[in-house]
Ligand binder design. Structure first.
Ligand code: ZN
Ligand code: ZN
Length: 1017
């Protein structure tokens, strides 16, 4: 069915008709978060795509003009790394040797290596988006807009070059921005060392410092102490250790005997000289406020090239920047001990060397979170590098202020995961020492004069008007040089490219080539975006940061951040664990609607989503199949009865159950619209699911007979028009959620709807018809349903099967006036009558007893007499007085009985079963008369005939003849209920004996009686 509909959408060009609908109407702005199409789309991509589709379809059906353009993220490390892997390069030297031009050409063509797969899955899940004119971040115009924005930042002094310690991936050979680092933390356990630094002028005396990165010890230039912390000198065995007093217990946890020999403030240690562990420097102790006693020893070893605090201390103290590790993460080859080793591999060698020289106080295992490259998984190092930055730290206030304008789903992200991040926003390390990316548009001369280029025209003016600039990627852009305005020296471009997160963060304007074109179409904020939670500090941040920095605005009004997809056990999905689910498996087996409905209806966006095939099968069974069955029920009978558009009936002439249905439907419409308007799709699905359940389990089931009627009376018309209107509205209401079955419903029902448009997706979204809301009808129906519910419980606790008719049910409560609802109750419970009573006293007998434990001590010997007096009162009289106390005299003794002195037991009168459903009490009369037994037998026979009809696969309207053989009771029952039997089974005759030309003959056991039934046409 879905595939047929996909073809019809193609043939009818429905996608572009839907997108172009409402052109000129109010705009609903959306930006597609551009995926990188160099890998296969997974379930989490499908998840984001269908959530976007839901709201874009909804807004479009609500009358907005909703342009939907796809986009692709083309630049950056994700692409470069996959090409590097393909070409089997170890590091950047491999790329340089291969040639940047060739390398970038391969990057360019690999960008779209999986684009067909993306297009296919996008179409298959029913995402209405224009795939024909995507924006791409490598497009010349896109890059030009990015340049323009950078120049605006430059002009506002928000871009600067600095040497700073940055998180750095040695494998990728480039710095990462803090929001990239934030994505790659993992908890690891490593060996931490308590290292001894010998004092220069005191024998056997050591400063104790603690480090988790022994490899940085080679670059140690100082030890830092806090001037305000108290330190101790402790004698342990025959040596002296110096560290913070507060940490005595942890540092000396292994020592049985030690003596404190001196105490001093940190500032007294300032300038103390110590012997370097490696090399021949002359290091000293310096003071630094950041040193704490939270962990370690209160003395911090300083390696300025490898830590931000270290770097700042070194800058303040004028210490040298010793950088023994090269940008590829390896130690300089000429170094003893560690020459050529990768930095993390050096830890073991260094520990061994320290231990052999007696410079290791102790080691311990230490669990902490450590950053890894989000792309290549190499451990990052903090590394002093030259880099270009955006001064985000100066924009914190704006970031926070603009975030207040954003509606986050889930709400907690706003001031949680996202809010915390922007409050502490760090400067954005923008430049990347890489190849395939938007070139940083900065040219410099040897005298450090800088030109910042903000457009292609500007660049052309620098090099002459006739230049053609069709590709401004590396290496071509690096060939462009021009003379400096100030000193006439040649200006060369800075070789860096920029962080690809900056590219995608420019999408709201760069996708339009703003401000060079289409400035009328551009406006911030866009109305809506949605992506996975991993984009919170990724794309959501870069959009927000750039909009705040360039336009002083928030980038989006509403954002949905979708939780992780996890497997059935709640584990994160990953290829290496082998627990991923291929979206195609689900699409092929259960279909797109079931997949979509599951994703919408299985929880709020914030919660991780368990994803496994059985869950989707269940979603199909519960919702999609139920809808399908209701629709086919309607169409089957509509065909038999030749239902058409001339069947009309004003609301006030309709059956109360139909008016109830339309009232419920309109309540649903109103709820769903309200929920979708506030992006609460989960609540909308709950409302829809419960409506579909009621439509199937209540309306269709209780109204089935009304469609079976032969004559075309008002009630039958009422049932038809009401069910049709319901299905028609429902098809439109659910269209944004499940675009396929809704389209199928629409097409199936369109023949009865002269106003139908070509596709359900071109219809207007249903609106509430307040005149149809009937709170009283809904209240009455709820009452009726509760009676039925309580009655069913009574029946089952009496062990009386449903097919056995009973005399009556008594309901303690107000009278239900509608005879139609009474009929429903009677049919549902298979009782002949329903009575309403104000109280239950007719059906309950009370017995009052005396609590001897309480009366005995008070009245002693009188207790038996009290019992006697009590038994002369009616239980009702006692019950009425019980709360106020019962008083009488025995002889001269006044007796006063309270509630606590009495026991009350209640007993339901014989022949009745009591049942209670949230405060509603019913009594079922369980007496089975001979007449009722006969009727039950007749019903049993009906059911057998119906089973046989089904077995013969007879058309719904086919008439049959029935013959039967069985004991006298059965014959009597069939004779008495002959008309009923014929009616129920569409039989022309039901006669005793065997039919000679029977098409089917079967022997049945009915309540222990052997009955043979034969059927002929
Ligand atoms: Zn890396
Ligand atoms: Zn110059």
């Amino acid at each position: 069915m879905e595939k047929t509909i996909l073809k019809e959408w193609d043939d009818g060009d429905i996608i572009s008709k839907s997108i172009n609908a409402n052109k000129g109407a109010e705009l609903f702005r959306f930006i597609e978060g551009p995926p990188t199409a160099n890998g296969s789309p997974g379930v989490h991509h499908v998840y984001a795509r269908v959530i976007k589709d839901l709201f874009l379809r909804y807004k479009s059906m609500k009358g907005y003009y909703v342009p939907r353009v796809s986009g692709w993220d083309c630049h950056g490390l994700p692409v470069e790394i996959s090409v590097e892997k393909e070409l089997q390069f170890e590091d950047k030297a491999g790329i340089e040797k291969y040639g940047i031009e060739r390398f970038n050409n391969i990057c360019r063509s690999s960008v779209f290596s999986h684009i067909d797969e993306w297009a296919e899955v996008t179409k298959r899940v029913g995402f209405f988006i224009d795939l024909t004119k995507p924006y791409t971040t490598m497009d010349l115009h896109y890059i030009e807009s990015v340049w323009w924005s950078l120049k605006r930042l430059w002009e506002r002094d928000l871009i600067y070059e600095g040497h700073y310690v940055v998180p750095y991936c040695p494998r990728c050979g480039t710095a990462l921005s803090t929001h990239e680092v934030a994505q790659g933390y993992e908890t690891i356990t490593e060996e931490a060392a308590f290292v001894k630094f010998p004092l220069s002028d005191q024998r056997e005396t050591y400063f104790l410092a603690w480090t988790t990165t022994p490899w940085t010890l080679l670059s140690n230039v100082a030890l830092a102490v806090n001037p305000n912390i108290l330190y101790v000198k402790v004698k342990v065995k025959n040596q002296f250790l110096i560290f913070a007093k507060e940490l005595l217990q942890t540092v000396l946890s292994d020592e049985l005997h030690f003596t404190i020999v001196a105490e001093f403030q940190g500032n007294e240690l300032n300038g103390t000289r110590y012997v370097p562990l490696f090399g021949d420097r002359q290091p000293t102790v310096v003071l630094a406020e950041f040193v704490s006693t939270a962990e370690g020893t209160g003395i911090v070893h300083i390696a300025p090239a490898f830590g931000e605090d270290d770097f700042n201390v070194a800058k303040a103290e004028g210490l040298p920047l010793v950088q023994l590790v090269k940008p590829d993460g390896r130690f300089d080859a000429h170094l003893p001990l560690v020459g050529g080793l990768f930095f993390t591999d050096a830890n073991a060698v260094i520990m061994k060397s320290l231990a052999s020289r007696g410079l290791l106080h102790k080691r311990e295992m230490y669990e902490h979170s450590y950053p890894f490259c989000w792309r290549c998984e190499a451990p990052l190092m903090y590394y002093a590098r030259r880099a270009w930055f955006i001064r985000m730290s100066s924009l914190r206030e704006a970031l926070v202020r603009n975030n207040e304008m954003v509606q986050w789903h889930p709400k907690t992200v706003k001031h949680g995961r996202f809010g915390n991040f922007i409050e502490n926003a760090r400067d954005w390390a923008l430049s990347r020492e890489r190849y395939w990316g938007t070139p940083l548009p900065i040219w410099k001369c040897r005298n450090n004069h800088v030109v910042f280029i903000g457009s292609i025209d500007e660049l052309k003016q620098r090099i002459g008007d006739d230049a053609t600039l069709s590709d401004i990627h590396k290496p071509y852009i690096d060939r462009i040089v021009f003379p400096c305005d100030e000193c006439a020296e040649i200006m060369h471009r800075i070789p860096d490219v920029i962080d690809c997160w900056y590219d995608s963060g420019c999408a709201p304007f760069a996708s339009l080539h703003y401000p060079f074109e289409r400035s009328d179409d551009f406006k911030l904020p866009v109305d809506f975006i949605a992506e996975g939670v991993d984009q919170t500090r990724g794309w959501f941040y870069s959009l927000h940061a750039i909009a705040s920095a360039v336009f002083g605005s928030n980038a989006y009004s509403t954002v949905i951040s979708l939780g992780h997809i996890v497997d059935e056990q709640g584990r994160k999905m990953s290829k290496s664990k082998g627990n991923t689910v291929d979206p195609w498996q689900i699409l092929n087996n259960e279909g797109a609607d079931s997949l979509r409905w599951y994703l919408f209806s299985s929880g709020n966006p914030g919660t991780p989503k368990r994803f496994y095939e059985d869950a989707i099968i269940e979603s199909q069974r519960k919702t999609i199949s139920t809808l399908w069955h209701i629709l086919s029920f309607f169409t089957t009978y509509a065909e038999i009865d030749r239902y058409d558009v001339t069947w009309q009936l004003a609301d006030e002439h309709r059956n109360v159950i139909d008016r109830w249905l339309l009232s419920r439907l309109n309540g649903l419409v109103s709820d769903v619209v309200e929920y979708l308007d506030r992006y609460d799709y989960y609540l909308a699905t709950l409302a829809i699911d419960s409506f579909i359940g009621e439509l199937s389990n209540w309306f269709v089931r209780t109204s089935r007979r009304r469609f079976w009627k032969n004559e075309k009376d008002l009630d039958k018309i009422s049932a038809y028009v009401s069910l049709f209107e319901t299905l028609w509205t429902l098809s439109t209401l659910i269209a944004p959620f499940v675009p396929f079955i809704s389209e199928y419903m629409h097409k199936t029902l369109a023949r009865y709807a002269p106003e139908a448009r070509e596709s359900v997706h071109l219809e207007t979204y249903p609106a509430l018809r307040p005149d149809r809301l009937l709170p009283e009808a809904e209240r009455d129906m709820d009452y009726a349903k509760r009676i039925v519910e309580a009655g069913r419980v009574a029946r089952s606790s009496a062990h009386i099967k449903t097919r056995q008719p009973l005399t009556r049910i008594i309901c303690v409560g107000p009278e239900l006036e509608s005879t139609e609802l009474q009929t429903i109750i009677k049919n549902e419970l298979n009782v002949k009558a329903i009575d309403f009573e104000k109280g239950d006293d007719k059906f309950i007998e009370y017995e009052i007893g005396l609590k001897f434990a309480s009366v005995g001590p008070k009245y002693k010997d009188l207790a038996p007499k009290i019992k006697q007096v009590l038994s002369t009162l009616t239980p009702q009289a006692v019950l009425e007085k019980m709360n106020d106390g019962i008083e009488f005299e025995i002889g001269q003794t006044p007796i006063s009985l309270s509630k606590d002195d009495l026991t009350v037991s209640e007993k339901v009168r014989g022949g009745f079963i009591k049942s209670e459903d949230s405060g509603l009490v019913v009594f079922l009369d369980t007496e089975i008369t001979a007449e009722l037994r006969k009727e039950s037998l007749a019903r049993e026979v009906v059911r057998r005939i119906q089973v046989m009809r089904k077995e013969l696969d007879l058309p719904y309207a086919a008439q049959i003849r029935v013959g039967y053989q069985g004991p006298a009771e059965v014959s009597q029952a069939i004779r008495t209920f002959n008309a009923y039997l014929k009616d129920e089974t569409l039989s022309k005759s039901v006669v005793k004996g065997d039919l000679k030309n029977a098409r089917l003959r079967k022997e049945w056991m009915i309540d222990g009686r052997r009955v043979v039934i034969s059927i002929a046409e």
